[in-house]
Write a new protein. Structure first.
Length: 314
């Protein structure tokens, strides 16, 4: 099995660029250093001849790639509980539960979604981020798409960058939101609290749309659509308008128990120890067929129980 075996014809846009620069733009899933290694090791030919990274390419030039399969991940496959909603040769559609970290990191070297995916398909170790093209926070539940081939990965990343993937969420806010709106800000790493993101003028552009689905006495159920996909985007934006997610431990501030609610509802709020955010719908063009496809997943039990408790009060 080859990691990458294809021909690329240089068009006018990259004419005059260095070979490594052109390939880095054409293959954004791989670093420039990795591409330079491929060229140095003879895995890349320019117009059927050996080449060097610094060579210039011109419109009409032909690049041949014949990259051998080398494991990209050191993570090990593990049996991890999550629902597979759909699978074919190109993608997995999964329903991520709460309390599941997506990528291994300090403090979460094992027991992640990546480990579970590698147990389903060992070939994912050859792909950038094991085929994961977008992520959900540890305690956000819901639907995700995972690529199973490099072509599918490239297609999905491109659709995300062009904002052609529709991602819909439902959320419960603290406080009653009067009406839907669009929130458009910059988002960047918090200057002091490094685990948090924050609204900053010089941050990366972030756009969130939402509509109010239902109002309770002290909370709201909202439908959210992401136009961009910044880290913690929905959580940051809702906190920015002073309606953080119910149960959000990072952006919600101190626990808020509204005055006058029943002891039962207060108990539900105290025991709901995650942000009330669920990714329920995803649509995109299938990487192989190019046909539009969509997937939806039901609300998890704890989220539904919270809604039921809020409804009983109203």
């Amino acid at each position: 099995m080859k990691l990458l075996q294809q021909q690329i014809r240089i068009d006018r846009e990259y004419s005059g660029h260095r070979l490594d620069q052109a390939l880095n733009s054409l293959l954004p899933d791989y670093s420039r250093g990795k591409i330079q290694d491929w060229i140095k090791n003879g895995f890349v030919c320019l117009n059927r001849k050996s080449c060097k990274s610094k060579q210039r390419v011109y419109s009409g030039d032909l690049i041949d790639l014949d990259i051998p399969c080398v494991a990209r991940l050191s993570d090990q496959p593990e049996i991890i509980e999550f629902e597979v909603l759909h699978q074919d040769d190109d993608i997995f559609i999964i329903n991520k539960p709460a309390n599941l970290v997506v990528h291994p990191a300090a403090g979460h070297e094992t027991g992640t979604l990546v480990n579970g995916l590698l147990n389903l398909d060992a070939n994912l170790e050859q792909l950038p981020r094991a085929g994961i093209v977008h992520r959900l926070d540890k305690d956000t539940t819901g639907i995700m798409v995972v690529a199973r081939t490099l072509g599918a990965h490239t297609s999905l990343v491109d659709q995300l960058q062009q904002r052609k993937v529709r991602r819909e969420y439902i959320a419960i806010t603290q406080g009653v939101v009067t009406a839907g709106r669009t929130i458009e800000t910059g988002i960047a790493r918090h200057p002091v609290e490094r685990k948090k993101m924050s609204v900053q003028a010089r941050g990366k552009p972030a756009i969130t749309h939402f509509q109010v689905a239902r109002k309770f006495a002290h909370h709201s159920l909202i439908d959210v659509q992401l136009e961009t996909g910044r880290t913690h985007q929905i959580r940051v934006h809702l906190a920015h308008i002073h309606h953080p997610l119910l149960g959000d431990p990072l952006y919600g501030g101190r626990e808020r128990i509204p005055a006058g609610i029943t002891p039962a509802l207060a108990g539900h709020i105290r025991t709901f120890k995650r942000q009330a955010l669920h990714a329920r719908y995803l649509s995109f063009n299938h990487p192989a067929s190019k046909q539009s496809c969509s997937f939806e997943v039901k609300i998890p039990d704890d989220f539904q129980q919270m809604l039921d408790a809020l409804s009983e009060k109203n």
